[in-house]
Design a binder for this molecule. Structure first.
Ligand code: GLN
Length: 513
């Protein structure tokens, strides 16, 4: 097995046994990035020499007999929605194309403290709004299993770099499925932790009450490793929970006895592709064979989840994105050109004696805001801002936003009820496997419906895991979703690992020509 074919856990063991070094590993990944990333386009920035230097420093400390951190010199790719000090953080938007943060996100800091090596920053849908990474201002990310298909989104780069063997571990974010859906499309594992489990400090906000940062990798054991490094309370994020972080890596191998799994009947109706249904059922059978009790359950309000999510997320986005006004930071329209046009409009109106026209003329400041936002944001981001602004506006607030919050509460209650009966909820991650690039680009509603099975976990704030559970006849990966009550990541990872002990879907890798 070559270095880039190993899981992060295996690489860590190989380093500890002196079979390889951090520099060798980092170089192997950089070489593979050079070989394939032009076709996959998972990376917006590649670490190169800086990654090798960081790896070298870890190797030297180890040679001197000093302690090294949990990540022990393993390369990690980071979604370009997390701030990195001195390194461009674009959010895949023209708006932040030149934005260089003066500080690191807490997660970035913790990875560095654990001796992880920053391998690169990965592509995403602009400001994480989307499910295909086609909304990136810097080109689509392609699915390593079939380059004509999408990698999913919004953490498309983070999933594709693992699938393409151009990173052993990556960090994504999940507001409505953005870790789990691309993980499923790319045949890798991904975890959306409980809301508050991981600090969001330094994460560029999309919908603050839903956003959560989480790990992607080949195996559940790899997720345990990365989660252990990043989880935990952070004084800089008031919503981060002060709940102790278990040693996930120590217990992930311990199987759980007497498991009760709930299968929501709402997840297996007409909307589900039969090929996905078949593989998910087969995965549930693996648990059954291990002695798990499988029960049908109901999440009656899940049918309203998409509607509630697509009110709440855009509402929060419209508020969060108000800061990009061309004045504070980010893109600003060409002011000289703008002022020349404004002056000549004004003069023409004066000359014509058009007082009404002069009164209606906007101020240069308003024009600067409008143009900067019109030129800086892409179409989907504008759509979300308009949806959210509408839902929050006087007269509509109660009918849309407030109503959606009430539905959100009912969805949470459904889960509370279900978790009194079962330990975990199992089902599909997505209604279908990865679709073709361009197939849904003019049909936002169909794209939104792809989030059918994932948004509820964000609305309820619970933990949710996606793991690969098979390939369709066309050779496309399918994901299994396991959901757990808040802060039960330790048990959730153990349950996911139990499946990977019995199967080897997490070991299947695409052959890139
Ligand atoms: N696809 C969903 C959306 O477009 C989820 C995105 C996310 O989780 N960041 O909003």
């Amino acid at each position: 097995m070559t270095l880039i074919q190993m899981t992060a856990t295996e690489l860590k063991a190989a380093i500890e046994q002196g079979q390889t070094s951090c520099v060798e590993i980092t170089r192997a990944y950089l070489d593979e990035i050079g070989r394939v990333d032009a076709r996959v386009n998972a990376y917006l920035w590649k670490g190169g020499q800086s990654a090798l230097d960081a790896a070298q420093a870890v190797d030297e400390r180890r040679t001197r007999g000093q302690d090294v951190g949990l990540l022990a010199g393993l390369p990690v790719a980071i979604k370009d929605l997390l701030c990195t000090r001195g390194l461009r953080t674009t959010c895949a938007s023209r708006m932040l194309a030149e934005f260089v943060p003066p500080y690191d996100a807490t997660v970035v800091q913790r990875i560095a403290q654990a001796d992880g090596v920053l391998l690169g920053k990965t592509n995403l849908d602009e400001f994480a709004m989307g499910g295909s990474t086609e909304n990136s201002a810097f080109g689509v990310t392609r699915n390593p299993w079939d380059l004509d298909r999408v990698a999913g989104g919004s953490s498309g780069g983070a999933a594709a770099c693992v699938a393409a063997s151009t990173a052993p571990l990556s960090i994504g974010t999940d507001t409505g499925g953005s870790i789990r859906q691309p993980a499923a499309f790319c045949g890798v594992s991904g975890l959306k932790p409980t809301y508050g489990r991981v600090s969001r400090y330094g994460l560029v906000a999309f919908a603050s009450s839903l956003d959560q940062i989480g790990p992607l990798g080949w195996s559940v054991a790899d997720l345990a490793l990365l989660l252990e490094a990043i989880a935990g309370h952070d004084a800089a994020d008031a919503t981060s929970a002060d709940v102790p972080v278990p040693a996930y890596t120590r217990t992930v191998n311990e199987s759980l006895k007497g498991l009760k799994l709930g299968v929501p009947r709402e997840h297996f109706d007409d909307g589900l592709d039969p090929a996905v249904a078949k593989l998910v059922q087969a995965a549930i059978d693996v648990y059954r064979q291990q002695g798990a009790e499988i029960r049908e359950i109901s999440l009656p309000h899940s049918r309203y989840a998409i509607a509630a999510y697509y009110i709440i997320a855009p509402s929060e986005a419209s508020s969060n994105l108000a800061r990009y006004d061309g004045a504070h930071y980010g893109y600003r329209t060409d002011e000289v050109k703008m002022m020349e046009e404004w002056e000549s409009e004004r003069k023409a109106l004066e000359k014509a004696g058009d007082d009404a026209g002069l009164n209606a003329l906007d101020s240069p400041l308003v024009r600067m805001y409008r143009r900067s936002r019109a030129e800086g944001f892409g179409a989907e981001v504008k759509r979300r801002i308009m949806l959210g602004t509408y839902a929050l506006s006087a007269g509509y607030y109660d009918a849309y936003y407030l109503k959606a919050l009430k539905v959100r509460r009912l969805i949470r209650d459904d889960y509370d009820r279900a978790f009194q009966e079962v330990d975990f909820i199992v089902g599909p991650v997505t209604p279908s496997p990865a679709f073709a690039v361009g197939a849904m680009i003019d049909d936002p509603l169909s794209l939104y419906l792809q989030d059918l099975f994932t948004v509820s976990a964000n609305l309820a704030g619970i933990a949710s895991l996606a793991i690969p559970c098979g390939l369709t006849e066309q050779g496309l990966p399918v994901g299994l979703q396991l959901q757990a009550p808040p802060f039960q990541e330790e048990r959730l990872l153990r349950a996911g690992h139990m499946y990977q002990v019995e199967t080897d879907w997490h070991r299947q890798r695409p052959q890139l020509p």
